[in-house]
Write a protein that binds this ligand. Sequence first.
Ligand code: GMT
Length: 378
Amino acid sequence: MRKKLKIGITCYPTVGGSGVVATELGKMLAEKGHEIHFISSSLPFRLKRMYPNIFYHQVDVNQYSVFQYAPYDIALASKMAEVIKREGLDLLHVHYAIPHAVCAILAKQMSGTDIKIVTTLHGTDITVLGYDPSLTDAIRFGIEKSDGVTAVSNALISQTYGLIKPDKSIRAVYNFIDERIYKKTDSAYLKDEYGIKADEKVIIHVSNFRSVKRVPDVVKAFAKITEEVPAKLLLVGDGPEMTVICRLVNELQLKDKVLFLGKQDNLEELYSISDLMLLLSEKESFGLVALEAMACGVPCIGTDIGGIPEVISDGETGYICSLGDINDISQKAVKLLNDEPLLKKFSSQSITLAKDRFSAGRIVIQYEELYYELLEKG
Ligand code: GMT
């Protein structure tokens, strides 16, 4: 039997999908007997119960009057080096090339050990920061000096080679869901509580309301859908675009049909009362929320952007439409919502695809294999 590993994990614990994936990965690895050390600025938000083999090392970033900016990167690298030495870590798995891979490389040097560094690219570091020429070299450095690099979709790998041009092989390891949590649950009572009528379909959108998520497109598509199908729209999450969205909802006179739910836990309960998800982003390296929804039996309509077509299977678990094509999006939504047998078929195919391609069991093992491969290489 292979030895159990001591693994350090660093992510932005409060930032959307990457924080979720890093935390869920830590929990899954702990359940497989590995010892997990989260090194981050706050406790990962999905870490809700006690695990005897999960430890949390807080990175404190102090504000000094002599420095214009708080030195997060240096504080993180110092904490990583301290934990590497004290706990005898075998490997650091960091999420984001910058700053986390670069911090891990510095920490490795500071610790004087041969710890292996695995970096997972989630997209924001490549598709947003990669366009800033002042950061390209730092991102490339983080990637090339990591021992192993993964990306959450093949689309992100192509974008990384296109934008950053690293001399490094990058492995696609898809995001995953814990199917014990993300499954259809009996939460029908929520429909009454939210005032959703029996004949109304429920459309859901979940995001951090950044402009790249194109939430106005979701609202505009919904406006057209409700001309044909009685429906409510659940908007879940919060972020910088919220004011714009509230204004648009008022302008389109949709106030009675759109529910602003803000940030929510237990999303599986909301997915379980939903008939359709809309994910109409202009940048999306994977689209974890689409996968979560699919696992709960919710078909999705997504844009032909980034990794979305690798998650949503067009014509099987939902539809892929061109970015901003509100007419096509709403027509496809109406067709699906009005065809109960098709909706049911897409729903069950979504559950099957989520299980077959993206189950935790299938994906976590790919990370473990990479860890052992790197450690055995020496
Ligand atoms: O989408 C965001 O704004 C959050 C961002 C993050 O860094 O957490 O999400 C990225 O990573 C997720 C997990 O791998 C992916 O599911 C998202 O598609 C990706 N977001 C973008 O590429 C914009």
